[in-house]
Write a protein that binds this ligand. Structure first.
Ligand SMILES: *Cc1c(COP(=O)(O)O)cnc(C)c1O
Length: 224
């Protein structure tokens, strides 16, 4: 009941145009099924093995998002079914996703991760690096990926103004890329920003997709 309640509370408080990704990493299938039965269909995981296992065991109409750091050599395991990969942060990874998309005869939807936090530990491109990739010849040849937008993680801080500023920066980057490279592409429309602690700030600053774990499923026993 707890999970369904949490979920309904969040779903009813966010605008319709914002997609809620229920981040179920480390949680047992029973917990995911409770969310599923309450109507949730979009789930996010950050480990390839766990994602693959849950995809196998749970209902087939679930859309699975890979939200964590992804190693190139593991793309092949999720390529057949993954609905969106949030954290693409190198050109090498983009090329591998394209290769696996081709093998599976599909276009794989991805978000480019932008480094917006002060912490140097967080992954992601700079806006300038993205511009360079999108302008390159190599990029044009990648026919089996679909760039659907950007993703970012704010600094882990209680200072709301800091988080808001970083999210505004991501929104600006999105707007610039949209205008420069994707003005004709409907599919470039997602800004994945906001987690349990900061999704409201994310939405206030233009988020279209929030990734919420502990506010739905409770604290994780181990942090990943
Ligand atoms: C775990 C995780 C989340 C969800 O975090 P919560 O604070 O539990 O909502 C969101 N995004 C990424 C990339 C994560 O790894």
């Amino acid at each position: 009941m707890e999970i369904a309640n949490n979920l309904n509370l969040i779903t009813s408080s966010i605008p319709d145009h914002v997609t809620l990704v229920a981040v179920s990493k480390t949680k047992p299938k029973e917990d995911l099924m409770e969310a599923y039965q309450a109507g949730q269909r979009v789930f996010g995981e950050n480990k390839v093995q766990e994602l693959t296992q849950k995809h196998q065991d749970l209902p087939k109409d679930i859309q699975w998002h890979m939200i964590g750091h992804l190693q190139s050599n593991k793309v092949k395991y999720i390529a057949p079914f993954v609905s969106l990969i949030h954290g693409v942060d190198t050109f090498k990874l983009l090329k591998e996703i394209n290769k696996q998309g081709k093998k599976n005869d599909r276009q794989i939807r991805v978000l480019l991760q932008v480094h917006i936090a002060q912490e140097s530990s967080k992954f992601g491109f700079s806006a300038q690096e993205i511009v360079e990739i999108l302008s390159s010849r190599d990029f044009i040849e990648l026919k089996h990926i679909e760039i659907c937008g950007v993703m970012g993680m704010a600094t882990n801080t209680p200072q709301k103004e800091v988080i808001a500023k970083e999210f505004q920066g991501l929104k600006n980057t999105f707007d610039h890329l949209k205008q420069t490279f994707f003005s004709q592409q409907q599919s470039f429309q997602e800004i994945s920003m906001g987690m349990s602690g900061d999704y409201k700030i994310g939405i206030e600053n233009g988020s279209s997709m929030i990734r919420v774990g502990s506010a739905i499923f409770g604290k994780r026993n181990y942090q990943i």
